[in-house]
Design a protein around this ligand. Sequence first.
Ligand code: NAD
Ligand code: TYD
Length: 368
Amino acid sequence: MRTYLVTGGCGFIGSNFIHHLFNTYGEDIRVVNIDALTYAGNPENLKDIETRPGYRFVKADICDKDAVRKVFSEEDVDVVVHFAAESHVDRSILHPELFVKTNVLGTANMLNCAKEAWQLEEGPDPLGNFREGKRFLHVSTDEVYGSLPEDGGFFYETTPYAPHSPYSASKASSDFLVKAYMDTYHFPANITNCSNNYGPYQFPEKLIPLMINNALKGEKLPVYGDGKNVRDWLYVEDHCRAIDLVINKAKLYETYNVGGHNEKQNIEIVKTIIDVLREELPDSDPRKAGLSYDLITYVEDRKGHDRRYAIAPDKIHKDLGWLPETAFKEGIRKTVQWYFDHQDWMDHITSGNYMNYYKDMYGNRKEI
Ligand code: NAD
Ligand code: TYD
């Protein structure tokens, strides 16, 4: 039986990935989830699996050496899937140091603890020898590559790193640490750099769930700057399939970009969300009346706002046969349906602290 150690499993992508693992491999796997339960970690995301025999939750900070070491001593971990991170660019602009701590020092600690647990004293490789079948998958972002011009170009695995935000700089640093472990010790790892994910369980500070939540409440939809910044959108289940393939089929030490050809301007996304909500809500629903493009409000731009991201998924397609399967409008429809069906989830999150955050983050943004 293979044991996965997932970090940040109570967050958006981590919880989707744990669901994907159990849906795909059922009783044949064990999953240990280390999560500090920051504002972004929500145990409700895994409510349906928390009592499964093959699942264990450990509340711990990835920076805590003793806690992480203890997990490695108690479990024979085969695969680490490292999601835990501070993940929101706007927050990184306010509190960069927290991003350095979790994303850089936390990753260094995860690497050290895995290396210590998997290392063999002797073997043929002068750089390092590790137990068979062990692998560390570091989940990173396309934002490490910086910003592309509006009129063309794509991010490839060979594109030089040029991060701009404290978030992307901290993720780039963590990628370099993983690369350094591979080069220095032949530590068994892979890195994936994916584009913007969307889908179930995403915290409503990110563009798509924030717009769905605000639109359903008839509140303003704050679009930064001219609304023409471009992101390459990836349905989270397509991303989970890609990670699974990398773990099972990729050669060690390879890096893969995940995403592809789903580029949209932010304003287009917001309009699609309004359109889909109008199509999905019955005429009798009182929320439908207020749903129009008039809710769109242009606000002052994000500092250092990257203009365009776009991934060429050629390598993962060629090596592993992966392509995204979810067309954008279908993905938005599924996401909207999920939020309709999980209104309680949204209500729990958007009570209390979230509202204070929302006021701090968006209340002071000047309309333009
Ligand atoms: P998220 O913010 O939804 O979840 C992060 C999780 O990590 C939360 O459960 C949180 O409690 C946990 N965590 C944070 N600090 C921790 C710490 N010190 N110790 C232990 N746990 C901690 O993030 P997400 O959107 O699910 O992103 C997951 C990973 O994917 C991140 O590494 C992120 O950089 C990367 N990524 C995300 C996207 C995206 O669009 N969401 C795109 C590219 C890459
Ligand atoms: P976000 O979901 O924060 O992801 P990232 O910054 O990592 O790409 O933002 C996606 C895009 O949407 C980005 O260009 C910023 C923009 N945006 C808005 O226009 N309004 C908002 O309220 C938010 C949260 C984001």
